[in-house]
Design a protein around this ligand. Structure first.
Ligand code: AHR
Length: 508
């Protein structure tokens, strides 16, 4: 049986875990908003038309900040369409997803929904078909208390307090040829710089995210980051990363190693940002907002789900409704391990997306809401990963992959919350055939012998059918199970990880 060893020592700190690492993303796309979070007439709908069953699941998921309203959608969006009396809001074509946008949910409604789920608002401005002036208007509408035309308009529209939005994305995926208003790195860098400076003149407290690459596999990756950051380096706080993974051509071994690619992506962007920092002679460090990440069967979507036709602009069509298997959730959990391993520089992240669209939560109109397999690693990591992320000095057997070469069978990260007196370990076993027993040295956590350390809980996601999934017909087919293999003693905890599995240990 393959083995792995790791050490948990509170001195091996990577960095404090920012709660924003457990963010998500709601885009006006498919059924994420309409028939997702919002369905007036649903048996659980509240007075504002929001589904209470979805609210409850989002709360259970433990989502910190939510990026809104796109995504590709934002590059054609006029924010002022989505405020004011609902019956006067225009109906528009959404060019990004070839859909109709009714604007029945906008800034006020979404902010109210965020209050119900207890999450922070993270807004994106349109730098595809618009520019600094419209970004300033939205910022004034959102963050100025009163006394100007736009802030008074917000008050007249029913919101007395400013929205007080801190995090702002300067456009979306501007490196992508599919993006409305796609630009060169130099053009976008200048526009982002002008917009950032203007926004800071209005509200110096805003935290700004400049667009990095929409994938590490874009032909411009690396150079895009360098050129873009050269313009607004001192005016922005974050550069974004986006990454989606899928199993291709039945190559499960490579797919299970997707986090190796994510690790490399993050480290490359950090290196590039720090290069620009050195060249600029700046003492400011740019961190990463990994504001789109997930498993997404994008190649399937490109083949099957393209809506076309001059007279065919459906409202809330079923788009990107991927059904996630156990294997997908194991990869998903390993992507969260990658984010935590880089908690010193990845200080914000958004799971793309939240409901129905490549989402951990699915709904049926008039019917139930249920958890996809990916719900489980997100919810448990968000709950347990508090305090600081720790490097674990992992030693593991390896295996060979087509895409990423030789990679470790096991990946892991630990967290330590000194104030709460707790720690946690997140582990993934990428072997498709074998259990792996992992020995965890906890001597440094509980005194010389580690005798003070107790395993409070051990939960594993795995299945004899790695492609098993939850569906409308079988909403509880997959989920977490208690891992009963844990043995503690003499400063060492041992746990056995089944093939293709994700595990979380909670220690006190
Ligand atoms: O999350 C789905 C889409 O993926 C987003 O709209 C876009 O930013 C990305 O390409």
């Amino acid at each position: 049986m393959p083995t792995a060893r790791l050490t948990i020592d509170p001195h091996f700190t990577v960095g404090a875990i920012n709660r924003r690492l457990f963010g998500s993303f709601v885009e006006h796309l498919g059924r994420c908003v309409y028939d997702g979070i919002y369905e007036p007439g649903h048996p659980t709908a509240d007075a504002e038309g929001f589904r209470q069953d979805v609210i409850d699941l989002v709360k259970e998921l433990g989502v910190s900040a939510i990026r809104y309203p796109g995504g590709n959608f934002v590059s054609g969006f006029r924010w002022e369409d989505s405020v004011g009396p609902r019956d006067e809001r225009p109906t528009r074509l959404d060019l990004a997803w070839h859909s109709t946008e009714t604007n029945q949910v906008g800034l006020h409604e979404f902010s109210s929904w965020l209050g119900k789920v207890g999450s922070e608002l993270m807004l994106a401005v349109n730098l595809g078909t618009r520019g600094p002036l419209e970004a300033l208007d939205l910022l004034e509408y959102s963050n100025i208390r009163s006394g100007t035309t736009l802030s008074n308009q917000r008050i007249a529209n029913g919101r007395t307090d400013a929205f007080g939005v801190s995090m702002w994305c300067l456009g979306n995926e501007m490196d992508g040829p599919w993006q409305l208003g796609h630009r060169s790195a130099d053009d976008y860098g200048r526009l982002a710089s002008q917009t950032a400076k203007a926004m800071r003149q209005l509200d110096p407290s805003v935290e700004l995210v400049v667009c990095g690459s929409s994938s590490a596999h874009m032909p411009t990756f690396g150079e895009w980051e360098r050129v873009v950051l050269t313009h607004p380096y001192d005016d922005v706080d974050y550069i974004s990363c986006h990454a989606y993974y899928e199993e291709k051509d039945g190559d499960l071994g490579s797919f299970l190693a997707s986090a190796v690619d994510m690790d490399h992506f993050i480290e490359s962007v950090v290196a590039t940002a720090d290069h620009v920092k050195a060249v600029n002679g700046s003492d400011k460090t740019i961190n990463i907002s990994f504001d789109e990440w997930n498993v997404w069967y994008l190649s399937r979507h490109q083949n099957l789900e393209v809506i076309t036709g001059i007279d065919n602009w459906p409202t809330a069509p079923r788009l990107l409704e991927d059904v996630y298997s156990v294997a997908d959730a194991v990869v998903f959990g390993s992507l969260m391990i990658s984010l935590l391993k880089h908690a010193d520089r990845v200080t914000s992240a958004s799971l793309a997306q939240l409901v129905n669209v490549i989402a951990p939560i699915m709904t049926e109109p008039g019917g139930p809401a249920w958890k996809q397999s990916t719900f489980f690693p997100f919810a448990l990591t968000s709950k347990l990963a508090t305090g600081s992320a720790l490097e674990v000095r992992l030693e593991s057997d390896t295996y060979d992959t087509e895409v990423y070469g030789t990679v470790p069978l096991v990946d892991a990260v630990a967290t330590h919350d000194a104030d709460a007196g707790t720690a946690s370990v997140f582990l993934v076993n990428r072997s498709q055939t074998e259990d792996v027993t992992v020995e965890i040295n906890v001597a440094a956590l509980g005194g010389r012998t580690g005798g003070g350390v107790a395993v409070v809980d051990a939960q594993t996601l795995s299945d004899t059918d790695v492609y098993a999934a939850n569906t409308l017909e079988a909403p509880d087919r997959v989920g977490l199970v208690q891992n009963s293999s844990v043995v503690t003693g003499d400063g060492v905890i041992s746990v056995t990880l089944p093939p293709v599995s994700w595990t979380a240990l909670s220690l006190a």
